[in-house]
Design a protein around this ligand. Structure first.
Ligand code: KG4
Ligand code: ZN
Length: 352
């Protein structure tokens, strides 16, 4: 569990939102004022529970959310030092994600909104990831394109306002984070794989193996990572898949070279597609967020591309790249201002 310190003192004309996030394997709550002022952020991670299964088990995630939700919300309110009277609305991620995980946050949010007599705000989790890139931004020059890269999504958007997003492209198979997690499993590295691949890649040569870059048709802004994952699998086990034990016999350097070459292929595609979108839409700014945006090599490659092309790059602070409720509370502010409230019969939805 990590926490933030309350940064500001409440004044009456601020819009203060209690935000809840339970879309996958983090139970999170935050109190955010005016979309940017982070009064509290509590994240209870379930990584330890899912690690031994090599991925998130929905039933286990849902049960852990039920156990964590009350202490996490209480801690967020306590840390922010606000009473329920000072909360203007309750926001919750209700899509996309694991339905039985989302259900826990949605039920908690509806209960609080009803009991406190506050409006309820429904948030799209992936759109909220984009908001993390704006938390520390002084201003945003438009038009902007946004790359959201997480365990469940790889989406490119044209962003005109926080509420006005057009989906330009998405993965047609694995998400970028999912590819990191699956390749880590192939290499015998722990779950979640992204940070472990990044660590191994630091010792490796990104040019050791030329893994395929799937750019698909010339103008496509969609992504595909399953071919790359299969290429890594064949490299490790042989075309006939009989070399099951080759990874166990590999040296650390060989593993590092595969990790670095795989990471380079993913980043190459992510950056080239983002550049393609930014050029097409005459972007002034490029935004990046989501768990994979923690990756330093990706951050550096995006920086280099944006410097060369003269785009202003806004990358989410690392601690708000992975799932959190601050981003939910931040986006909810704009929905509050636009009077976009949800009814108390709000349902979770696995898809967006
Ligand atoms: O945004 P997030 O916390 O959850 C989803 O909404 O999916 O993203 C989690 C994903 C995992 O697949 C994880 O392996 C990946 O983000 N990730 C990374 C890094 N840190 C987390 N991928 C690459 N490099 C990293 N340093
Ligand atoms: Zn996420």
């Amino acid at each position: 569990m990590f926490t933030d310190n309350a940064l500001v003192t409440k004044t009456d004309n601020q819009i203060t939102i209690l935000a809840i996030e339970t879309s996958c394997d983090e139970t999170a709550a935050a109190v955010v004022s005016d979309g940017k002022l982070i009064r509290s952020s509590i994240v209870a991670s379930q990584t330890a529970l899912h690690e031994k299964y090599g991925g998130v088990v929905p039933e286990i995630a849902s049960r852990a959310h039920v156990e964590n939700i009350y202490p996490v919300i209480s801690a967020a309110l306590e840390q922010a030092n606000v009473s329920k009277e000072q909360i203007d609305a309750v926001a919750v991620a209700n899509q996309p994600g694991l339905a039985i995980a989302l259900m826990v946050g949605v039920t908690a949010a509806k209960t609080l909104a009803f009991a406190w007599g506050k409006p309820l705000i429904a948030i799209n989790h992936v759109h909220a990831h984009l908001q993390s890139a704006l938390l520390e931004a002084e201003s945003l020059e438009l038009p902007a394109v946004a790359l959201i890269v997480s365990g469940g999504h790889t989406n490119l958007y044209e962003a005109r306002t926080p509420l006005d997003l057009t989906l330009l492209g998405r993965t047609i198979d694995d998400a970028a984070g999912e590819a990191f997690d699956k390749v880590a499993a192939i290499l015998g590295l722990p779950y979640p794989g992204g940070p472990h691949i990044e660590k191994a890649a630091r010792q490796g040569n990104p040019k050791a193996i030329r893994f395929p870059r799937s750019l698909m048709q010339k103008d496509s802004l969609d992504f595909s990572f399953s071919g790359l994952k299969t290429a890594v699998l064949y490299h490790c086990r042989g075309q006939d898949m009989k070399g099951q034990n080759r990874v166990a016999a590999m040296s650390e350097q060989e593993i590092a070279d595969i990790a670095a070459s795989f990471q380079a292929a993913v980043i190459d595609v992510l950056v080239r597609k983002t550049k393609r979108a930014a050029r097409k839409f005459g972007a002034k700014s490029v935004l990046t967020g989501g768990g994979v945006a923690c990756n330093n090599a990706l951050r550096q490659a995006m920086e280099a591309m944006c410097r060369k092309e003269h785009y202003k790059l806004l990358v989410a602070p690392k601690r708000y790249c992975t799932d959190n409720a601050v981003m939910i509370g931040s986006l909810a502010y704009y929905k509050y201002k636009a009077n976009q409230f949800a009814a108390l019969d709000l349902e979770p939805s696995a898809t967006a």
